[in-house]
Write a protein that binds this ligand. Structure first.
Ligand code: 5GP
Length: 203
């Protein structure tokens, strides 16, 4: 029995495929949960409210900030994105590995609040693959794509400060890499202090 859940942030540029990696991971693992973020951006084709994001108005988002209900939030490409606090705390209490899929600014804020957070950065295998994936979505205009490429470069410059890098070339192996990180973290002595003292005290 591990002491409690663990918090993980997963960052990576738009087009790194982090959403796909995490979607596959939660299908395989019952002990891993993804926090659903709130955003003021428009939903893209196929995105479902309450599953991909909670899509809300700017006024509603600002009300939640003022009420202190957001664990963190950031502005990205003109929209708010943030993590509602209460569900995260509940999943951690239930012993889950809780993943926050957030940008690098958000990951920095989480590190201040939860110093033992595990930070993973998902990288595309190359710059050309990143650009192809962004264009392949066909959901954004040229100006938005170029803006996202500039942001992506800035984000990837931060990758070396993360705890782990996962390269999303082949989906299966990227998913396996994230599982390996979670499994190794669960085995850390520092995450098993209650178990250790229970056994030792019963000898
Ligand atoms: P997208 O519009 O491509 O879904 O997301 C844009 C950026 O916002 C991504 O870098 C994504 O990781 C980030 N993001 C999504 N949810 C959150 C959140 O709850 N908090 C923060 N700080 N960033 C988020």
């Amino acid at each position: 029995m591990i002491d409690k859940g663990m918090l993980i942030t997963v960052s990576g540029p738009s087009g790194s495929g982090k959403g796909t990696v995490l979607g596959e991971l939660v299908k395989k693992r019952d002990d891993v949960k993804i926090s659903v973020s709130m955003t003021t951006r428009q939903n893209r084709n196929g995105e479902i409210d309450g599953i991909n994001y909670y899509f809300v108005s700017k006024e509603y988002f600002e009300k939640k900030i003022n009420e202190g209900s957001m664990l963190e939030y950031a502005q990205y490409a003109g929209n708010y994105y943030g993590t509602p606090k209460e569900p995260v705390d509940e999943m951690l209490k239930a012993g889950k590995a809780v993943i926050l899929e957030i940008d690098v600014q958000g990951a920095d804020k989480i590190k201040e609040i939860y110093p033992d957070v595990i930070r993973i950065f998902i990288m595309p295998p190359s710059a050309s693959v990143l650009e192809r994936r962004l264009r392949g979505r066909n959901t954004e205009d040229e100006e938005t794509i170029n803006h996202r490429l500039v942001i992506a470069k800035g984000e990837m410059k931060m990758a070396s400060e993360y705890d782990f890098i996962v390269i999303n070339d082949k989906l299966d192996s990227a998913v396996k890499d994230v599982e390996t990180i979670i499994d190794a973290e669960r085995l850390k002595a520092s995450r098993n202090k209650i178990f250790l003292s229970e056994v030792i005290n019963n000898v």
